[in-house]
Design a protein around this ligand. Structure first.
Ligand SMILES: Cc1ncc(C[n+]2csc(CCOP(=O)(O)OP(=O)(O)O)c2C)c(N)n1
Ligand SMILES: [Mg+2]
Length: 548
């Protein structure tokens, strides 16, 4: 058995699990890992400027690459800095492994003020991880990392954490390394699949509601096949965007706060197949399910079932396996399906047209900007929709064409996540166009990472919409507090100039000239920031004033 330090055991284990990139901020307790990465050709180290962004980058990387992202931080303040991003990855069911340092094993729980000491560090990460573990001996490191990977690759993917005390990082001992395994995926119950297929085939108006789980499970081809076999209309949550190309004849695009073309279709559906979605609050009111509608709910996580709506049939399985089985079962009954046309094309065209008219009326500027983005970007471009006005409207107006090309922060709505998540996305897919849509408020959360983008040649495009305000909180005051604007306006630097000072490219464009600026940015061989001044606009969730 080879002898190695704890730090080396971490790196050798990561290598065997297929990890190619680690996003990190250094510090004493993790320097043995840095040292083991020194001269290691198999793993690229990207040093960030804040621990929060290490996890956002690992998250963006994971969601685009379709395999776990890894972040590495010091204990105490490092872990606490990382936790908002872990929460975001948790909300998005994204597989991120956080490797954290710890104080020396003999200082654990002592409260003596050891460097970076914090009480009960595992309790900080527990609410935002699926699984976490402290390792107290070097030989246990491979098993802990292997288990973290297994947790993320079976059932619902969610973040994990492994923490290792400082002294153990440096201890040299014999270590048995573990090889990567392909973990079995939960298969659907054939009887339930048969019943679900019967229900779908006999539906008058079958409807598929696709969540992020379709994309995470790489189940888009099976979902499209099923929709086509059934003639079912398809709409998605923001996280599900791209599961079906939104210009497909059966696609009704994204839903958000009950808006979207789905608002007219969903109430007409008699059978709804929901896949990889938790039915979070942001679907309502128009696309809320009615008691007479029959729900078939497919998810890898049993805890999702029945949380918002009772399911007529619940299939707990990996979404790809479940949809594949459903397609096969439906095909057996195909003669029944081809005999009729559940959703006449004219109806779906009408729903889409109504949505277009609504967008033009409620958000003309936003729609024009989003259409420009769509026009300039290629079909496989990756867009990270930030917690900003244009980002919200993207959920409803941007046409995602492929899976893993549209990223959100889901219900966590984490201000500041978009730019660093896009950095991670670009690391995962350097040959694809990657765009962060961000507000002036959100961009300033992680602006320092422009230095990281320049240092590592991460040539993404960041479109910063500047209204000199925390816009949606300012508009909240306009809509719900009789215009008492207070504490929501901002001063900003000149973002284009600032970008240039970092060594990036900086452009400024009025919304009508965004197309030209995007073309210039796409041709540049540098990270580019495009500053676009806009007024504070109303987000979809403030179209109706709040009841209280
Ligand atoms: C971490 C975090 N803090 C606070 C909020 C509350 N919040 C939601 S939107 C918003 C303003 C965003 O401002 P900006 O990024 O400029 O986008 P805009 O709304 O102006 O388009 C704030 C403060 C949040 N969502 N997340
Ligand atoms: Mg703003």
């Amino acid at each position: 058995m080879p002898q190695m330090t704890g730090g080396k055991a971490v790196v050798e284990s990561l290598k065997r699990e297929g990890v190619e990139v680690v996003f990190a901020v250094p510090g004493v307790q993790i320097m043995h890992i840095f040292d083991a990465l020194y001269g290691e050709p198999g793993i690229r180290l990207i040093t960030a400027r804040h621990e929060q962004t290490t996890v956002y980058m690992a998250d963006g990387y994971a969601r685009v690459k379709g395999k776990p992202g890894v972040a590495l931080v010091v204990p105490g303040p490092g872990v606490q800095n990382a936790s908002a991003a872990l929460g975001t990855a948790y909300a998005c069911s994204s597989p991120v492994l956080l490797i954290a340092g710890q104080v020396e094993s003999y200082n654990l729980g002592q409260n003596k003020g050891a460097l970076h000491e914090i009480n009960d560090q595992l309790d900080i990460v527990r609410p935002v991880t699926k699984w976490c573990q402290r390792v107290m001996a070097v030989p246990e490191i491979p098993a802990a990392i292997h288990e973290a990977m297994r947790q993320m690759e079976t059932g619902r993917p969610r973040p994990t954490e492994v923490e290792i005390p400082w002294d153990i990082m440096g201890t040299k001992t014999e270590v048995a390394l573990i090889l990567r395994e392909k973990h079995p995926r939960p298969k659907p119950d054939p009887e339930k699949v048969r019943r679900a297929a019967n229900l779908l085939v006999s539906a008058k108006k079958p409807f598929i509601w696709a969540g992020g789980g379709v994309i995470l499970g790489d189940a888009s081809p099976e979902m499209v096949e099923l929709a086509e076999a059934l003639g079912a209309a398809v709409a998605t949550t923001p996280e599900g965007k791209g599961a079906m190309a939104e210009d497909h004849p059966l696609a009704l695009g994204g839903g958000y706060y009950g808006f979207g073309a789905a608002r007219w279709a969903m109430p007409q559906a008699d059978v709804i197949l929901a896949v990889g979605t938790r039915f979070s609050e942001v679907m309502r009111p128009f696309t809320a399910l009615k008691p007479h509608q029959k729900l078939i709910h497919v998810d890898a996580d049993p805890l999702v079932i029945g949380k918002s709506y009772p399911a007529e049939i619940a299939i707990i399985a990996h979404t790809k396996a479940a949809l594949k089985a459903l397609v096969e079962e439906v095909r057996k009954k195909k003669s029944l399906v081809t005999a009729r046309e559940p959703w006449p094309q004219v109806e779906l065209i009408d729903f889409r047209e109504r949505h277009r008219i609504w967008l033009r009326e409620k958000a003309p500027l936003q729609t024009a900007i989003i259409n420009t983005l769509r026009k300039e970007l290629s079909d496989d471009a990756i867009l990270v929709a930030g917690v900003t006005n244009i980002g919200y409207w993207c959920h409803l107006a941007y046409q995602a064409k492929r899976p893993r090309t549209y990223l959100t922060s889901s219900y966590f709505a984490t201000l500041g996540y978009s730019f660093p998540t896009a950095l991670g996305a670009k690391v995962a897919a350097p040959d694809k166009q990657v765009v962060s849509v961000v507000g002036d408020g959100g961009f300033m959360y992680a602006l320092a990472e422009l230095a990281t983008a320049v240092r590592y040649g991460i040539n993404l495009i960041t479109v910063v919409f500047t209204d000199n305000a925390f816009g949606s909180t300012k508009s909240d005051q306009q809509v719900n507090f009789q215009g008492r604007i207070f504490g929501t306006e901002l001063n900003n630097p000149d973002f284009a100039r600032l970008a240039e000072l970092f060594g990036a490219k900086g452009l400024k464009a009025e919304p009508e000239h965004l197309g030209k600026a995007l073309a210039e940015a796409l041709a540049a061989k540098k990270p580019t920031v495009i500053e676009v001044p806009i007024p504070t606009l109303i987000p979809p969730f403030q179209i109706f004033p709040r009841a209280n």
